[in-house]
Every structure is written in C-alpha cells, then in structure tokens.
Design a protein around this ligand. Structure first.
Ligand code: ADP
Ligand code: ZN
Length: 719
C-alpha cells in the first residue's frame, strides 16, 4: 500500500504530496484525512494522507514511521474545501489545512495539547458488609450511576477501600474542559412586522443556497431574527454556523444564545488550546447544533449545515491577512453551496461592494429599516473642533464635557471612542525633530506611558522610553498625537468622581479580561467605557445614552481608498451603541472636518446618499466594486536584490496581463517589517480571466529562490 502525504512544511516548493510506503502492520489504520509521521530530508514530519494508491512511483520510496490518528481529522468536505481555499487565494495547500484545524490537530510534531481524562467510579459488584460511611459513597454513585473519584474522595476516604474490595471500579473517561458561563435570562421577543418578513423569506428558502444581505440598522433586531431562524433550522435536525467578529465575540452574545439554545460550541482566541480542541471534538462528533465563532470557525467540522450567518459582515477581520489569505465570506459561500443552505450576511453598514452586489441581484437584499422595540435612533451632533473650546487644553470639547456631566448626573452610562491605543502616537524632539523608530520595521514607536515603554505596533518590539534626545542631547522630547491612555488620564482629571475603565489591546491581553470589562460595565460598576474600535461593534448596553467619538478624523486620513467608507462605518457603528433601550441616546462626533461628506452623511444616517457619492469616487479612482484588486507583495531582506527583481516582475506582469492595469511598484507601508523590505504591485481588473494562472506561474518561478518571497492578496484590506 502506498499513500500520498502532504507534509507540514508550508513553503511553495514543497507544497505537493509525497508518496510513502505503508508497512503491513499499519495498513489497517490508514484512512484518507488522518495524519501520519514520515521521514522527510532527515527529519520526522507529520503530514495528512490525501490519497491511497497501489501504484509505486519509480523512485526510491520510504516507509512511513507511524500513524497519528485513529480517525480522519479532515472530513471529506473539509479536504475539498482546503483545495478550494488554496486555489482561490494562491496559498499553499498545507497552509489551508492547517488554518482549518485547532492547534491540537494541526500537523505538527511535538504538539502538547492532550485529551483530558477523568476517573469515573461505578459500582462493579455489590457484596459483603457495607459500613455507613461506605453507604454514603454508594448512595452518591447511585444518584447518577457514576461519580468522579475526586468528588467521592471529598465525601470520605472509604472509596479507596471499596475499590480495593472490588465493589467499585474505575473507568478513565474522556472529558471536555468545562467552559463555564453564567446563564442569564434574556427575554424572547415576538418578531415585529419587518423582522417577520425577513424570517419568512429565509425560512421558506432553507433548501436554497441563496446569499442574503440583511441590511438592518443597529438595534433593528437582526440577532433576534438569527435566533428564530436558527431555532427553526435546529428543529429540522440541521446545524447552524454563526460567525461574529472576534472583538464582539464576548460573553454577551454567547449568553444571549445560551438563553435559547443548549448544544452550543464556541470557538475564539480567548480559549486555551485544550478548550479549543474539546470544542472541536464536540462539533466533529455531532454533539452541537450551533457553532459560534470568529473567522476561522467558518471551517468548523459541522455536518448537515442548515444556515450560515455572518454578523457584522462588513468587518475587515473576516479576511485573514496572512497565508492563507482567505475571506471567510467566500468560504461561507462555498459551504452554503455544498450544504445547499442559505448564507445570511448581516450588517448595519454593508460595504459598498456588498451593497452593489445586492443592487445587481447577486445577493438578495433584506431590510430592517428601524430599531426594534421601543428604542429610537440616537441623535448625532457634529462638534467642530476648530471652533469649539477645548476644556483645559484636553481633547474634550465643551459640548462633550457638558453632556458627559449631564449623563453622569442622571446616572446614565457613556462610551468614548479613541481609535488609537497607547499614550501618544510618537515622541518627537521639538528641537531637532528626532523620532524614535523600530529597529526591525520602518515605523515610529508608540509611547505607552503606564509602562514607560516605546512599542512597535507591527512587530511588538518594545524598549524603555528615553528622556534625552539621542541626536541633539536636549530634554526636548514631546509627545504628539493622542492615544487611549492619554485620554484616560484626561478623563480622570476632568471627571474625578466618574468611574472610568479603558478597553484596548493593552488592557485585554490576559485571558478573560475582555469579558471582565464588559461584564463590569454592563453591571454598572463603571460610568465611562473608553476604548478603541474594539468597543465600536455589537455590544448591547441598555444604559448607555451618550457616545462620544473623540476624533473622527483618525480614520479619514489613513491613506486608503476605503477611508471614507471606514469613517462612515465607524460613526454609524459606534452610534449604534447609544440609546438601545427606552432612554433616548445621543452621539457627539468631534472632528476638524465637520463638512466632510462621510461625516455629514453618517450623522444624518443617510447610507443611500453616501453610497451614491462614494460609488462615484470609486468609479473615478477605478476601485472596487467597479474594479477588482490584486496586490502582489514582493519581500526580501536583501534590498539590492529586491529592487532588481521587482522591476523584472513588473515587466513580466505587464506583458502577460495586457488587459489589466499594472500599477507600481510602490513601497510597502511601512516599507520594512521584521527586517523584510517590501514592494507592492497593484493589479486592477474587471475580468479575472487567467489572472490566477499567471500569478501562480510567477509564484512557482520564484519557488526555489529563497531570498525573494512573493505573496498575493486579492482585494486587500489595506490599500
Ligand atoms: P441588532 O442585532 O440588529 O443590533 P438586536 O437583536 O440586538 O439588534 O436587538 C436590539 C434590541 O432590541 C435588543 O435589546 C433586543 O432585545 C430588542 N428587540 C429585538 N427584537 C425585538 C422585538 N421584536 N420586540 C422588542 N424588542 C426587540
Ligand atoms: Zn517593529
């Protein structure tokens, strides 16, 4: 017996199967989709069995060393899906399979995530004399027919005697690491007329692979509709897959789901590797009806999927930015085709691209135009920072200051958004203009005051803050720009009695800290929640009646064709956090560009007009959705070599793609990350034709050149 094995190395030059021989004693264990241990260039590597064959190749074939799994870890659907992902994104096949699996199941030698076992005690043979202490033990076991050794030992130690006498026996039973969430009561709502329409449309098409764009304003009751649809699907003995952005994947949404559903699996980065492994096994064994997770859970090994829902589908994090650079929405479309079930893309601010597809009928558009229940749309006020008084030289305008005080007096809660973490963005010498840069990346370090550190937000490099300018030796270093840490300091000094808490990447590194902050805030333990975009989406706090955006211009001036759209989104999303129950909400948007159309239209909640105007910009600039984009990134540590190769590549692409626009090369932003210099070439096109074949050829051509790395990103986020 021979098998074709895909080994764990993710380099383009080894991304193919290698044939191995299986010795007789292992033959019975071989199945497609299991992992095996094989010799490879003097190493022992793990790999996936993709084919079983009787044909011998005409080169010297080695024996496999061992079999890793007893059952396939990649289902038939996932094996095919991996091929689709690898072809669609021009990634290695092994990187696609690895991305689909939890760490415990990735092909990787020396992993240390184990199955947890528990010692369960049962009655084996009840005979002879039993003391009253021993009877207590037996009674406990009789409650459920079995009990854990640990709990029996807590009652008294006679469990050991009973085991010795053969009255009791121990079984090692596989268990799952318990993820404990406290249950809440979340009232079920009768769907309103609009919600009912959406529900009916989808439930009447559960056996069609239609992609729906559910465009519902924040608080319109999308989640409520999802739950009713999922309930229906589960009643038909099918399963549901619900994707939400990582940052909204909090206890909050889970508790709401748990109030309604029982057999739920949760997959997100806050879980330990062991917990993830357990959740994965539960899913694979068909022990769950509903999987809730972030991007990678689109690969959950669910069978018989009845509906796939991607909430906040406009979120950029549904696209992975490292290989395999897949878009969870494209993967979802594939799985909805295979499972013949609907895909629901839900958002209050669909991307222009999605809305354009809906207008063309590629997606079916469903609407929830008003807030559900008693809640009204919040009132949005634009605050012109060029004219407004800043309180005590802070970043807080008089308007916002007064309103915060007003809400504090009424015991209502406030959310403040500052889209940059750290204290200030950079330290600059006001004498000579020196700024401190990352040694690995071509980018300024961000000042983090609480730890007196300078950090690189790209590679994580950190160093102690300096007080004296190394260039001119003066103590004239000033902090420029404003991060969440600095705002926190201002809030504390302007509102000394208010209880404020900060939520950003720096305060949520510890496991569970994210949830802790959210729970404390929703219990009213804090008056003000201050944070980065991490707090802009999905959260539902009924007592929040004021949202302040401290600087709406931050996103406007990020050089990207999507900056208008991102600004519009940010304002609408954050605004959606205000006034979610009976109390009326308000939003204050501080900006130095009060007349900018994205800010104006967002404050009027006029998506249609924004869409019209921005589509015109996209047409003029030849950007999506009128043109597709493919970005070819060429990286190397050797700058000389890179600058030579990049021009060659540009010429090749121009010659091979006469019908497409080939733009660049341009410098990567930042140019250097982790010591790799980067150039980009952008391809704009209307029809894909043989683009992927040509790009694949290019990648193949550089396969054996270890000094040059080529990556392709389709419709990248950061352009
Ligand atoms: P979305 O997901 O669109 O932001 P949610 O489903 O979270 O909206 O609903 C917003 C708020 O309105 C929630 O507090 C929810 O409980 C409530 N709600 C949803 N549907 C109804 C309804 N039909 N009647 C009354 N309240 C509702
Ligand atoms: Zn760096």
């Amino acid at each position: 017996m021979y098998i074709k094995v895909l080994v764990e190395l993710s380099a383009f030059n080894i991304d193919k199967t290698f044939t191995y021989h299986v010795i007789d004693s292992l033959k019975d264990k071989i199945q497609i989709g299991i992992r095996v241990l094989v010799p490879f260039n003097n190493q022992k590597l793990e790999g996936f069995v993709l084919e079983i064959t009787d044909e011998k190749e005409d080169y010297d074939i080695k024996d496999i060393i061992d079999v890793v799994d007893s059952e396939p870890i990649l289902t038939k659907e996932l094996l095919e899906l991996g091929k689709f992902v690898s072809e669609d994104t021009l990634s290695t096949l092994i990187s696609a399979y690895q991305a689909m699996l939890p760490k415990a199941l990735k092909a990787k030698n020396g992993r240390n995530v184990n199955i947890k076992y528990q010692r369960m005690v049962e009655i084996d043979n009840l005979s002879g004399e039993i003391t009253s202490k021993q009877q207590e033990i037996i009674d406990k076991i009789n409650e459920n027919g079995k009990a854990t050794y640990t709990e029996l030992k807590k009652i008294n130690s006679s469990v050991d005697t009973l085991l010795k006498r053969g009255i009791l026996k121990i079984n090692e039973v596989e268990t799952y690491r318990a993820i404990n969430y406290s249950k809440i009561n979340y009232p079920r709502h009768e769907l309103n007329t609009d919600q009912k329409k959406v529900y009916d449309e989808i439930v009447n098409n559960l056996n069609n692979n239609i992609t729906y764009l559910l465009y519902g304003v924040t608080g319109s009751g999308k989640t409520e509709v999802y739950m009713d649809i999922m309930e229906k699907v589960i009643s038909l003995n099918k399963t549901c897959l619900l994707l939400v952005p990582e940052i909204t994947l909090t206890n909050q949404i889970l508790k709401r789901m748990e109030a309604r559903f029982n057999r739920i699996a949760l997959l997100h980065s806050g879980l330990s590797d062991g917990e993830r492994y357990d959740e994965y096994r539960r899913i694979k064994r068909g022990e769950v009806d509903l999987v809730i997770g972030a991007r990678s859970s689109i690969f959950a090994p669910l069978e018989n999927i009845g509906v796939i829902i991607i909430d906040e589908c406009h979120t950029e994090s549904f696209k992975q930015d490292v290989m395999p650079k897949y878009d969870a929405i494209e993967v979802a479309k594939y799985r909805s085709r295979v499972n013949n079930c609907p895909l629901i893309l839900g958002s209050a601010t669909p991307t222009l691209d999605m809305y354009a597809r809906a207008s063309r009928g590629v997606y079916k558009l469903l609407r929830l135009p008003t807030r559900a229940g008693k809640a009204k749309e919040p009132k949005i006020t634009i605050c012109d920072m060029t004219k407004e008084e800043h309180i005590k030289n802070s970043n807080i305008s008089k308007t916002l200051y007064d309103e915060i005080n007003n809400k504090l007096n009424k015991k209502e809660q406030i959310i403040l958004l500052q889209n940059r973490r750290g204290y200030s963005s950079i330290l600059m010498c006001s004498n000579c203009g020196y700024t401190m840069k990352c040694p690995n990346c071509d980018i300024s370090l961000t000042y983090h005051k609480s730890k007196e550190l300078m950090r690189c937000h790209y590679c994580g490099y950190a160093t102690k803050k300096i007080d004296i300018c190394p260039d001119c030796h003066n103590d004239t270093l000033k902090d420029l720009g404003t991060g969440t840490e600095k705002i926190e300091e201002e809030i504390k000094s302007l509102f000394p009695l208010a209880r404020a808490i900060r939520m950003d990447l720096d305060t949520t590194t510890k496991k569970g800290s994210h949830d802790k902050i959210i729970t404390a805030f929703s219990k009213g333990e804090y008056d003000i929640l201050l944070g980065t975009q991490m707090i802009s989406k999905g959260l539902d706090f009924p007592n929040v009646t004021l949202v302040g955006i401290l600087n709406a211009d931050t996103s406007l001036f990020i050089p990207s064709y999507k900056s208008n759209e991102n600004t519009y989104d940010l304002i609408s999303q954050v605004a959606g956090r205000s006034g979610r129950s009976e109390k009326e909400g308000m939003v204050i948007v501080q900006t130095y560009n009060p007349d900018h159309f994205a800010i104006q239209l967002a404050s009027e909640n006029n998506y249609e007009e924004f869409y019209k105007e921005e589509m015109q910009n996209r047409l003029t600039g030849k950007y999506p959705p009128y043109f597709y984009l493919a970005q070819v990134t060429v990286k190397s540590k050797d700058y000389e070599l890179l600058s030579k190769e990049i021009n060659k590549i540009k010429t090749i692409l121009e010659n091979k793609l006469p019908d497409k626009e080939v733009i660049g090369p341009s410098l990567g932003v930042p140019f250097k990350i982790n010591n790799f210099c980067r150039f980009n070439i952008l391809i704009k096109y209307k029809k894909e034709l043989d683009l992927k074949v040509i790009l694949k050829d290019l990648i193949d051509h550089y396969k054996t050149n270890y000094k040059i790395k080529i990556e392709v990103t389709f419709n990248p986020n950061n352009i």
